[in-house]
Each structure stands twice: as structure tokens, then as C-alpha cells.
Design a protein around this ligand. Structure first.
Ligand code: SAH
Ligand code: SF4
Ligand code: F3S
Length: 451
């Protein structure tokens, strides 16, 4: 009999990828994914620990799941298995079982290939739990089954995981462990399978994806630039992206790829976090803003239309008004097509969390508002600038309204246009009609009779 599996995913794209792979791991056990928790036999929360808000969400969700579990047991005599996976599981496994004893399984990001064994271990009738937050010797990627379900026109593919950089604010090195790169042959095989099932665009994932150094099977190591060249040879793979990059790992081969691999899309998420060298130093980012400007200059030299994106943190301990003004100046100078920004959130176990120089919440809130105003204005201006351009759109899904389809431009813009569902998976030339704050509207070029 099939069992119903509901996975709720928080956090970054790597968690989205991991959730898909957990679905693959559980498929041979008879679990089929469903879209809502109602009637689920197993619920997995794939969690994120990056900011306080993200991890607190998990505990409120667990409260709701407790009621669901008790109702299923009392009214239907049915057992619901509850699992917590991801970065909160890794960082706070013990806290989870203390605060939410109705959780059956706690599994960290490096051991979800062991889910079948963990499921076999638990016994809800005697409240026997299974917990696995190891950083094991075996490599999970080698032990995962091949993909079961198609991933759609645009798919993620993890090529690198973990981080050795230890920025002073960040939990990732603790939750995901040391840097690891998958062998190039494995990545190419997975990409080929994805394309065989209809994927047209692959986003290569890693916490520091451009620190990729994968074994080529012949005693050498491939950089990300080399890997992208090899992926571009796969017939039917039309678009390649990668995220998230660290400025220090933008080597010349990778930058050159932006000029000489047509499938590599003209969009790059390259976080800097702050525009003040003093703050960058305190954050242990290990580079100055000049290094960042130089990388962007080189990118724009080989690919003048490249759209830039980034991440910013406001209110890092010790950030002064002048430091913040430097961040606004950097944003002015770069000109972003989109960007993410956050108030600094002190995270347990990180060096910055114990600094005496914490910035008051109200100051953080003011700075975030000013920063987002500037970034929103830049994003709007970028979308406006594309009005009148003819761009290739990868059609990904039906849009919000009837007859409307949604896709992405090469610059990662969300694009809405009148079309039909049989176009999903196609790349269609469109004329951009109107640039909006968070998306653009377009018309299919041929529909206007302009071949
Ligand atoms: N590896 C990526 C970032 C991964 S975390 C990089 O080096 O850029 C994603 C983003 O979350 C970060 O870029 C940062 O902007 C934000 N972030 C991480 N820790 C944070 C914290 N403690 N408080 C606020 N934002 C944080
Ligand atoms: Fe976190 Fe820094 Fe590593 Fe990015 S590079 S994951 S911000 S420690
Ligand atoms: Fe969150 Fe873990 Fe990703 S902390 S951002 S889910 S690596």
C-alpha cells in the first residue's frame, strides 16, 4: 500500500534539492509525496537554522503537527511519523526532542540517506525515537538512489556542500560540515539523467559552489569553470546557473566561462554582505570591497549585460552609521538586478553572537528599510530597462491567472505572458512589455507576427 509523505521545506535551494532526494530515498519504501499535510503518514520538516526567525518557525509548526498526530491516533487509530531534518536538526537535535517529544526522527543533512534505517528503528507505540546527526565517513551522495520523479524544466543539482570559511555570523560551517565536492562524473551523470527527463535548465548548488574542486576520476581536480564547460556539452541542456558563490573563489576560468559558454546565463548571485572594509574584516569575509569590484569589472568585461544579485546583512556587531553608508554607496556603484537583505541575527555558537557591540534592534530595522528601498528601486529600474527587449523565456509553469504562463528570463526575472500549458519546458522568444517591481510581463514574439 502506498503511504503518504509530506515534506515541508525551509531555507535555501540546497534544502529544496535535499527534500527531493529524501522523496527518492523513501520511494522504494512505498512513500508517495503529497502537497498538504492532511492525511499524511509521514511528515518531514526540512529546516533552516540561518536566522532566529527561521528556526523558531520549526517549533511553531511542530506544535501544529502534534495536534494532527494526536487527532489521527485518537480518531482514526492511525500513526503519523514526524521527522525533523535539515540544519535545525543538526544544530539542535537534543533541544528538539526535549521541546517536542512527539518527534519520532531527527536527521541531519549529512545522513538522510539513512532514513530507511531510522524508520525501521522507531516504534511510535512505545515512543522510541531515532536520532542521527553524524558527519559520517561514507558519502551520502554515493548511497542515494537515482532520481525517481522528474524535476521539471528548471532543476537544482547539488555539486558541493559544506563550508570552511567560518564567517563570524554564520551557522553553515557547523550545520553542514566541511567542504565536500562531488566527483565530476557523478555530476555529469545526474545532469544527463535530468535532461533525459525534460529538464532544460540546471542550477548547480553549493554553499560555496565556486569552491568546487571535484575529482575527475583521473587523478586531477576540476574547478567549477571546467565542470560548466563539460555540462555545456550535454545535448538538450540549454541553461546553466550556479549559486551561491563567494567572491574569493571567482577564479579566472569561471569568469571566462561567462564569456565563452553560451548556456551559462547572464545572472550571478555574488553576496558581499557589507560595503565597509572594517565590517568585512570583522565578519571574517577575508576580502576587501575592492576585490569584489574587481571581480565584477572582469565579469562585465566578458559579459557586459550580466545581471548582479547579492546578499546584505545590516546591523552586524559594531556596524556604525558610516559603515552602513558605505554599504549604500557600494550598492549604488554596483547596481543590482535583485538582492536579499537581512537584519543581523545572533546565532548560537558563532563568534559574532558574543560580541559586546550588538546593534539595537530599532537601528537594524531603520537600516534594513533604507537598504531595501534602494535595492527595490534598483530592481524596478532593472526590470524597466528590459522593456522592449526580446528575451528567451524558459516556460516553467501555469501562471496565477487563466491563460497566463510563468517563466524566467536569462536574467532570472519572473516573466508572465499569455500562453498555454503545452509550452511548459520550451524556450520561447518574448518581447518584454512592462517591467514591474518583482516581475515583467511579455508577449510571445511570433504571436505579434514579428518572426
Ligand atoms: N554561502 C553564502 C551564504 C549562505 S547563507 C555566502 O557566503 O554568501 C545566505 C545568506 O544569509 C548570507 O549571504 C547572509 O546574507 C545571510 N545570513 C547568514 N547568517 C546570517 C545571520 N546570522 N544573520 C543575518 N543574516 C545571515
Ligand atoms: Fe556562511 Fe560565510 Fe560559509 Fe557563506 S561563506 S556559508 S556566509 S560561513
Ligand atoms: Fe538554512 Fe541550512 Fe540552507 S541553515 S540557508 S538550510 S544551509
Amino acid at each position: 500500500m502506498t503511504k503518504k509523505l509530506f515534506i515541508k521545506t525551509y531555507g535555501c535551494q540546497m534544502n529544496v534539492y535535499d527534500s527531493d532526494r529524501m522523496t527518492d530515498v523513501l520511494a522504494p519504501l512505498g512513500y508517495a509525496p503529497i502537497e498538504t499535510p492532511d492525511g499524511a503518514d509521514m511528515v518531514i520538516l526540512n529546516t533552516c537554522h540561518i536566522r532566529e526567525k527561521a528556526s523558531e518557525k520549526v517549533f511553531s509548526e511542530l506544535g501544529r503537527l502534534r495536534m494532527m498526530k494526536e487527532k489521527a491516533r485518537d480518531q482514526q487509530g492511525r500513526a503519523v511519523t514526524i521527522a525533523v531534518a535539515g540544519c535545525v536538526a543538526q544544530a539542535e537535535g537534543a533541544e528538539i526532542t526535549r521541546r517536542a517529544p512527539w518527534v519520532d526522527i531527527v536527521v541531519g543533512p549529512q545522513t538522510y540517506h539513512r532514513l530507511p534505517e531510522l524508520i525501521a528503528e522507531i516504534d511510535p507505540s512505545v515512543r522510541k525515537r531515532a536520532i542521527d546527526t553524524d558527519f559520517p565517513q561514507e558519502v551520502k551522495f554515493d548511497l542515494l538512489p537515482e532520481e525517481h520523479a522528474p524535476r521539471g524544466p528548471a532543476a537544482f543539482l547539488s555539486v558541493q556542500e559544506g563550508c570552511d570559511k567560518f564567517c563570524a555570523f554564520c551557522v553553515v560551517p557547523y550545520t553542514r560540515g566541511a567542504e565536500y565536492s562531488r566527483p565530476a562524473a557523478d555530476v555529469l551523470a545526474e545532469a544527463t539523467r535530468l535532461v533525459g527527463r525534460g529538464t532544460r535548465e540546471i542550477t548547480l548548488l553549493g554553499q560555496n559552489v565556486n569552491a568546487y574542486h571535484g575529482d575527475d576520476g583521473h587523478g586531477s581536480v576540476w574547478s567549477l569553470g571546467r565542470l560548466i564547460h563539460a555540462l555545456a556539452e550535454i545535448d538538450g541542456l540549454e541553461r546553466i546557473r550556479y549559486t551561491t558563490s563567494h567572491p574569493l573563489d571567482m577564479d579566472d576560468e569561471l569568469i571566462a566561462a561567462h564569456g565563452n559558454v553560451p548556456q551559462l546565463m547572464p545572472y550571478l548571485h555574488l553576496p558581499i554582505q557589507s560595503g565597509s572594509d572594517r565590517v568585512l574584516d570583522a565578519m571574517n569575509r577575508r576580502h576587501s570591497k575592492d576585490v569584489y569590484f574587481k571581480v565584477i569589472d572582469k565579469l562585465r568585461h566578458v559579459r557586459p549585460d550580466i545581471a548582479m544579485s547579492g546578499d546584505f546583512i545590516v546591523g552586524f556587531p559594531g556596524e556604525s552609521d558610516q559603515d552602513f553608508a558605505d554599504t549604500l554607496a557600494l550598492i549604488d556603484k554596483v547596481g543590482y538586478a535583485s538582492a536579499y537583505s537581512f537584519k543581523y541575527s545572533p546565532r548560537p555558537g558563532t563568534p559574532a553572537s558574543v560580541s559586546d557591540l550588538q546593534v539595537p534592534e530599532a537601528v537594524k530595522a531603520d537600516r534594513l528599510e533604507a537598504l531595501q528601498q534602494l535595492l527595490n528601486a534598483q530592481q524596478f529600474a532593472f526590470n524597466k530597462k528590459t522593456e522592449g527587449m526580446r528575451l528567451d523565456i524558459l516556460v516553467e509553469r501555469a501562471g496565477g491567472r487563466a491563460g497566463q504562463m510563468a517563466g524566467r528570463s536569462p536574467f532570472m526575472q519572473a516573466v508572465n505572458f499569455a500562453g498555454s500549458e503545452d509550452q511548459i519546458g520550451q524556450i520561447i522568444a518574448c518581447d518584454i512589455i512592462e517591467g514591474r517591481q518583482n516581475s515583467v510581463t511579455a508577449e510571445i514574439t511570433s504571436m505579434k507576427g514579428v518572426a
